[in-house]
Design a protein around this ligand. Structure first.
Ligand code: ATP
Length: 353
């Protein structure tokens, strides 16, 4: 069992509040991702869970037990860092064996465990090398091996893939996801990469300024973002946010542009921001709001095409459309928008309506 409960967890560095009264319960066996921009407090949160940072205020519990003041080595957690943190003078075998050797595990048992882990991670042929003789991806596998070998119930990972190139990141991502499925342990994973968060997480905590902005499943975070910050942080290209107000007939108005909204979406006269994801557009059709726009730039991606267009009132929009769309720069196009897929935020508070 390994449920982790952060209750009003706070970290202050002098006058800087890095983590501000954070409440977060991570379930046994869950893959929780802490996602946010640089400086939002994700690493500090992870380090408090690991016991590597002293907690300024609040309580941390593992399975109900108060571990706020428990030293790291008593916490049954394994850490994996971006920098691998391998011992340069030890071989791969010795690096992986290290946590077991510390516990004075019998030699034969260590050998068996190291061999098993190395096979799982496909690094058995590298056991006699030193870290300097390995590629970045291989080093990170060794770091994962060292974490797995003592079978902890909690894995804490701080941007473990950010030093790897794009292709390797993808394959390591799927390796980590497989490991989570196989080990059935609790994972807490820090990243600023939205794609990594979306593909790995059972739930994502989106952080900003030491606070959680939204805690939800990847689908929830993407489909019902709690505010404009979360809406902008997830999605590539970014969501289009259009300032405007609610017209007397209940539609969204910005200059000459009108977009029909679901009935009763917000009160007439209210200042709002309308969110339109680039991929949530299609050909005009009955039941869809229709928008006319001038095409500024066409960027084929192969499977799809990105269009940068200018809608009435000089509103720039990015659209992601099927590759069959034959638009050229300078064309005027019409596209359809499903009112149910639009996002509406209050202009002042930036919170979802
Ligand atoms: P990154 O992705 O850049 O690592 P992060 O979201 O993990 O960012 P943290 O490293 O947790 O952010 O830092 C949160 C805040 O605390 C930042 O404003 C940072 O400058 C501050 N901070 C972190 N460590 C210290 C420290 N030792 N002394 C003072 N301020 C610190």
């Amino acid at each position: 069992m390994a449920t982790i409960a952060c209750e009003q967890l706070t970290k202050r560095y002098g006058s800087v509040v890095a983590v501000d009264r954070l409440d977060l319960t991570i379930r046994h066996g869950e893959f929780m991702v802490l996602l946010g921009p640089s400086g939002c407090g994700k690493t500090t949160t992870l380090n408090m869970i690991a016991g590597l940072e002293e907690i300024s205020d609040g309580t941390l519990r593992f399975d109900e037990k108060d571990v706020t003041w428990q030293p790291p080595h008593k916490r049954e957690v394994a850490m994996v860092f971006q920098s691998y943190a391998l011992y340069p003078n030890k071989t791969v075998r010795e690096n992986i064996a290290f946590p077991l050797a510390l516990r004075r595990t019998p030699r034969a048992e260590i050998d068996r465990a190291v061999q098993e882990v190395a096979e799982q991670l496909e690094i058995a042929h590298l056991l006699d090398r030193r870290p300097s003789q390995l590629s970045g991806g291989q080093r990170q596998r060794v770091a994962l091996g060292r974490a797995i070998v003592r079978k902890p119930s909690v894995f804490l990972m701080d941007e473990p893939l950010s030093n790897l190139d794009a292709a390797l990141r993808l394959s390591m991502r799927s390796l980590i996801k497989h490991l989570h499925q196989r080990l059935q342990a609790t994972f807490v994973y820090v990243t600023h990469d939205q794609a990594e968060a979306m593909t790995l997480a059972d739930r994502i905590a989106v952080m900003r300024g030491g606070l959680i902005q939204q805690l939800d499943t990847p689908e929830g975070i993407y489909g019902r973002p709690a505010n404009t910050f979360v809406a902008s942080f997830l999605g590539s290209p970014q969501i289009n946010l259009i300032k405007g107000e609610i017209a007397p007939d209940g539609s969204f108005a910005r200059g000459p542009m009108r977009i029909a909204l679901p009935a009763g979406a917000a009160a007439p006269g209210r200042a709002v921001m309308l969110g339109l994801r680039p991929e949530d557009v299609g050909a005009p059709a009955p039941g869809l709001a229709s928008i006319e726009a001038r095409v500024d730039l066409v960027s084929p991606l192969g499977s799809e095409t990105l269009l940068e267009v200018v809608a009435p009132g000089d509103v720039p929009l990015t659209l992601r459309v099927a590759k069959e769309w034959r638009a050229r720069s300078g064309d005027t196009i019409s596209f359809g928008v499903d009112p149910a897929r639009l996002h509406l935020f209050d202009k002042q508070t930036e919170a979802r309506l």
